[in-house]
Design a protein around this ligand. Structure first.
Ligand code: ZN
Ligand code: ZN
Ligand code: FE
Length: 764
C-alpha cells in the first residue's frame, strides 16, 4: 500500500476520438484543478498523459477524465500504469508526436455549437456573421484533414495564417479554441464570395445577404459547404423547385430541405421525441419524417411521397442564410444525376453552371467529399440509409481482431470498407459507380483512408459481378501485388453478414436478403433470398422463383416491362390481351417485341429479385411504369398502402426443389388482377400485397427454423428501406418468437455491402 501523500506518477494512454475535440485543454484544466504536475501530448495513436500526485487524487482525476470528457470525445479505452515520481514542476501541453505506422480515430465534421452560434449573432462579437466560425466543439474535421496527427499544417487551413487574436485563443489552454485547427476570424480566415454562372464576382463582404435576396427571388444557388457544393432554392416556390429539377435532370428524386430550427421543422413534419433528438444532434443528419398535409413546402420537393427529408443548419453559413431568407430551403447535392458532389470552385463552375444561377463560394479547400447523411428512426432506433457527414469515418467495432482487408463494395450507392484491429472503417457514401468522376472519387478516398488509418490491405474482397467497376478495380489492384489475396463474395451473403457485423453477432442466422439486383452463385440475378449464413459461408435455403426480365436493364428502368414479362411467363399470352389499364399505356408493338424477346429467350435474364416483384406490382396497378430513381416504383407502391389498413392478403405457394424452397407468385398476381377487375382500390391492393410479402417471409423463416433450430433472423437489402414492410415483418417475426436483427450503423442497401465483404474475407 502506498502511504497517503506519497507522490506517484500515472502514465495514461487514452484512445478513441480524442484529438481535435478539445480533449487536451480539458486534461489541462482537470490537472490544474487537482494541482497535478506533468504533461499531455497527442501522438499518432493516442493521447498520452503523465500526471503525478498522491494515489487518491490520481484516481479521482482518472474518474473525471472518463466521465466529464468534452461532448465530441469518444473515449474507447484508458490504460494506466503507476511509477515513481519524476519530479515535474508544472503541467504542460507538449507538441504532437508523429509515430510511424500508428493511427488514431478521426472525428467526423460536427454541426456548429451553441457557444459559436451566440458569437455569430452577437453584433458586438468580432465573429459577428462570420461564416467560418468554429471551435474545438464544432466545425470541419474530416473534410479538411490530409494526414495525422490532426494539426493545422496537415489540414487545408494551413494557407491561412492566424491573426494575433486568433493565435492567442489557439495558444491558450483555457480557451474554447485552444488548438482548434480550423480557428479563424474575419481578419485572418477564409472569405465568402458570390459569383454568377460566368465566374464574375457579384458580392464580396455582403455575399451572404446578397445570396439570401436572390434565393428569396426564386434563383438557384450553388453553395459551397463542408464536403462539397449543395444546390439550394426556395422550397416553397414551386416554379423554382421545378426549374431545379429540370436543370438537374431529376424529375422525381426526392430533395431534402433545410429549415431554421426545430419549431419550423414541426410546421412541416410530425416529429417524435427521438427524431427531434437526432435532428438537433451534433451529427445533424437529414431525417426522413412524416410530411404534414398543411406544410408550405411544395409537393415538387418530394413528388408522390409522404415522407420529407429535413435537416437543420449545420454550418454558420447555413444559419446566416436561413435567418436572412426566413424560408425553408431545398438543399440537395451539387451534381448532375449520378455524378459525385462537386467540391472545388472551378469544378463547381464547370459542372454546375447549367444548373445554378449563382455560386456562393469561399477559399477554404475541401479535401474529402462528404454528402449529407440520410437517416430514419424506426423502432425507436436510428437507421442510416446514407452514411456520410457526421458519421464517417468513425468505425464499426468488430467482435474479432481483424486482418487488413479492403472490401470494394458493389455498384450502386457504393462504399468501401477497410478493416484493421477491432475496427471496420466503412467509407462515406461514394455514389453509383457508373462514371469516371465517381470512380476517381472512390479511388482517391481509398488512398486517403489507407493513409489516415495506416492500412495496407493483405486481402481484397469484391462482388461476384464481373461487370461492376468495383470488381474490376479489385482485380486490377490485386494484380499489382503478388502477396495480396483476392476473395470473391456473393452479394446477398455480404448483405447478411453486414447486418450481423452491424449488430455484433457471429453465430449463424437465417438471413433474409431482399433487394433489386445481385449476382448469384448460379449466375442468375438474385434478390429474394433466404440463407443460413455466418461469417464463413452460407447455404441458399430458399428464394423467389426465377422470372424473366425482358431487356435486362431496360426492365429495371421500365417496370412495365417486368410486369409484362411476369404476366406472360406465369399467366400466359392471354393475360396480355385482357383489359388491364397499364397495358393500354404501352405501344402494342412493344408488347409484341417483349413477347418475342421472352419466347426466344433474348436478353431476358432470369431473376429471383424481390425488388423486381415490387416493381411489377407497381406497374401492374398503373402506379409507376417508368422510373427516375432506384426504387421509385416500389416506394410509390408503399406510399399508397398507407391509405389503407387491413389484414387481408393474397395466396402464394412454396415448392421444394432439391432441398431448396421456392416461392411461387402465380396465385398472387392472378389475385391482384382479379381485384383490379373488381374495382378494388389500389391502396387496398398495395396493403394486401405488403401483408402477403411479410407473411411469406415469416413463413419461410419458420420453415427454415424448424429444420435448423436457428431462431435469429437478419434482415438486409434495399427492399427493407420500405418502412411499412419492415414494421409489419419485424412484428410478425417477433410474435413468432424470433430475435430480429436490422441495420443501424450501415445502410441496408448496397452501401452496406463493403462491410459484409470485408468481414467475410477476414474468415476466408
Ligand atoms: Zn463551436
Ligand atoms: Zn483571426
Ligand atoms: Fe443489394
Amino acid at each position: 500500500m502506498t502511504k497517503a501523500g506519497t507522490l506517484e506518477l500515472a502514465r495514461i494512454s487514452a484512445r478513441g476520438v480524442v484529438q481535435g475535440v478539445g480533449f487536451r485543454p480539458f486534461v489541462y484544466q482537470l490537472a490544474t484543478k487537482y494541482n497535478l504536475k506533468g504533461w499531455v501530448c497527442n501522438t499518432s495513436e493516442d493521447v498520452k498523459i503523465e500526471v503525478e500526485g498522491d494515489r487518491e487524487t490520481l484516481e479521482r482525476f482518472l474518474v473525471e477524465l472518463q466521465g466529464q470528457a468534452p461532448p465530441l470525445a469518444q473515449i474507447e479505452s484508458v490504460s494506466t500504469t503507476y511509477h515513481p515520481s519524476a519530479g515535474y514542476k508544472e503541467f504542460e501541453i507538449r507538441h504532437s508526436l508523429a509515430e510511424e505506422g500508428k493511427y488514431q480515430l478521426i472525428s467526423p465534421d460536427i454541426a456548429t455549437c451553441q457557444a459559436c452560434l451566440r458569437e455569430i449573432f452577437n453584433p458586438k462579437d468580432r465573429r459577428y456573421h462570420y461564416p467560418f466560425t468554429n471551435c474545438t466543439n464544432c466545425g470541419p474535421r474530416f473534410t479538411i484533414i490530409e494526414d495525422i496527427p490532426y494539426d493545422r499544417p496537415k489540414t487545408t487551413m494551413r494557407y491561412f495564417k492566424m491573426c494575433p487574436e486568433c493565435q492567442a485563443e489557439y495558444d491558450n489552454p483555457l480557451d474554447r479554441r485552444f488548438h482548434a485547427q480550423p480557428n479563424a476570424c474575419p481578419k485572418c480566415g477564409p472569405q465568402l464570395e458570390l459569383i454568377d454562372a460566368r465566374g464574375n464576382c457579384v458580392a464580396g463582404s455582403n455575399a451572404a445577404t446578397a445570396a439570401s435576396q436572390l434565393l428569396k427571388d426564386g434563383k438557384i444557388m450553388a453553395i459551397k459547404g463542408l464536403g462539397g457544393f449543395l444546390l439550394a432554392c426556395d422550397a416553397t416556390n414551386e416554379k423554382a423547385v421545378k426549374l431545379l429539377r429540370q436543370r438537374k435532370r431529376r424529375p422525381f428524386k426526392p430533395l431534402a430541405i433545410m429549415v431554421i430550427d426545430i419549431d419550423e421543422a414541426r410546421r412541416h413534419c410530425h416529429i417524435s421525441e427521438r427524431e427531434e433528438k437526432l435532428l438537433t444532434s451534433p451529427q445533424s443528419p437529414i431525417v426522413l419524417m412524416w410530411w404534414k398535409p398543411g406544410s408550405t413546402v411544395c409537393q415538387a420537393v418530394a413528388p408522390n411521397l409522404k415522407y420529407l427529408g429535413v435537416m437543420l443548419p449545420y454550418t454558420p453559413l447555413h444559419h446566416i442564410l436561413l435567418r436572412e431568407t426566413g424560408i425553408p430551403l431545398v438543399m440537395t447535392s451539387g451534381n448532375i444525376s449520378e455524378e459525385p458532389i462537386a467540391k472545388d470552385n472551378d469544378e463547381a463552375l464547370r459542372r454546375l453552371s447549367g444548373i445554378a444561377d449563382y455560386f456562393l463560394v469561399h477559399n477554404r479547400d475541401i479535401y474529402a467529399r462528404y454528402d449529407d447523411s440520410v437517416t430514419v428512426i424506426e423502432r425507436d432506433d436510428i437507421q442510416l440509409t446514407r452514411q456520410a457527414r457526421g458519421y464517417a469515418p468513425y468505425p464499426i467495432h468488430l467482435t474479432f481482431k481483424a486482418k487488413q482487408v479492403l472490401g470494394c463494395g458493389a455498384e450502386e450507392k457504393n462504399t468501401f470498407c477497410l478493416t484493421k484491429d477491432n475496427y471496420a472503417f466503412v467509407s462515406q457514401h461514394i455514389g453509383d459507380m457508373e462514371n469516371l468522376e465517381t470512380m476517381e472519387h472512390f479511388e482517391n478516398t481509398i488512398v486517403l483512408y489507407k493513409k489516415l488509418f495506416r492500412i495496407k490491405p493483405e486481402i481484397i474482397a469484391h462482388d461476384l459481378h464481373p461487370e461492376y467497376l468495383a470488381t474490376k478495380y479489385a482485380l486490377e489492384l490485386a494484380s499489382q501485388f503478388s502477396d495480396v489475396k483476392l476473395v470473391p463474395v456473393q452479394h446477398h451473403h455480404a448483405h447478411i453478414v453486414s447486418c450481423m457485423a452491424d449488430n455484433k453477432v457471429e453465430s449463424p442466422v437465417i438471413g433474409v436478403a431482399l433487394d433489386g439486383t445481385g449476382y448469384g452463385s448460379d449466375r442468375y440475378i438474385w434478390g429474394g433470398e433466404f440463407l443460413v449464413a455466418d461469417y464463413k459461408g452460407f447455404i441458399r435455403k430458399g428464394h423467389l422463383e426465377y422470372l424473366p426480365l425482358p431487356g435486362g436493364d431496360a426492365a429495371i428502368k421500365g417496370p412495365y416491362r417486368t410486369a409484362v414479362g411476369y404476366l406472360l411467363k406465369l399467366l400466359g399470352g392471354d393475360s396480355l390481351t385482357c383489359e388491364l389499364a397499364f397495358l393500354k399505356e404501352i405501344d402494342a408493338l412493344e408488347i409484341k417485341l417483349i413477347k418475342r424477346q421472352i419466347q426466344a429467350n433474348l436478353n431476358s435474364p432470369l431473376t429471383s429479385s424481390m425488388g423486381r416483384l415490387f416493381d411489377a406490382v407497381s406497374a401492374l396497378l398503373g402506379i409507376r411504369g417508368e422510373i427516375d430513381y432506384e426504387g421509385q416504383a416500389a416506394v410509390e407502391l408503399e406510399m399508397i398502402a398507407y391509405d389503407s389498413i387491413g389484414n387481408e392478403s393474397y395466396p402464394y405457394s412454396v415448392i421444394e426443389h432439391d432441398g431448396v424452397s421456392i416461392v411461387q407468385v402465380e396465385g398472387l398476381l392472378s389475385a391482384i388482377i382479379k381485384d383490379l377487375y373488381q374495382g378494388t382500390a389500389k391502396a387496398t391492393i398495395s396493403a394486401k400485397f405488403h401483408n402477403t410479402i411479410a407473411q411469406m417471409v415469416c413463413e419461410m423463416c419458420q420453415s427454415i427454423a424448424k429444420k435448423t433450430k436457428i431462431n435469429q433472423v437478419a434482415l438486409s437489402g434495399g427492399v427493407f428501406q420500405n418502412r411499412l414492410l419492415l414494421r409489419e415483418l419485424v412484428s410478425m417475426l417477433e410474435s413468432a418468437g424470433f430475435s430480429v436483427l436490422t441495420h443501424k450503423q450501415v445502410p441496408c442497401n448496397d452501401g452496406g455491402i463493403s462491410l459484409g465483404q470485408a468481414v467475410i474475407a477476414n474468415f476466408s
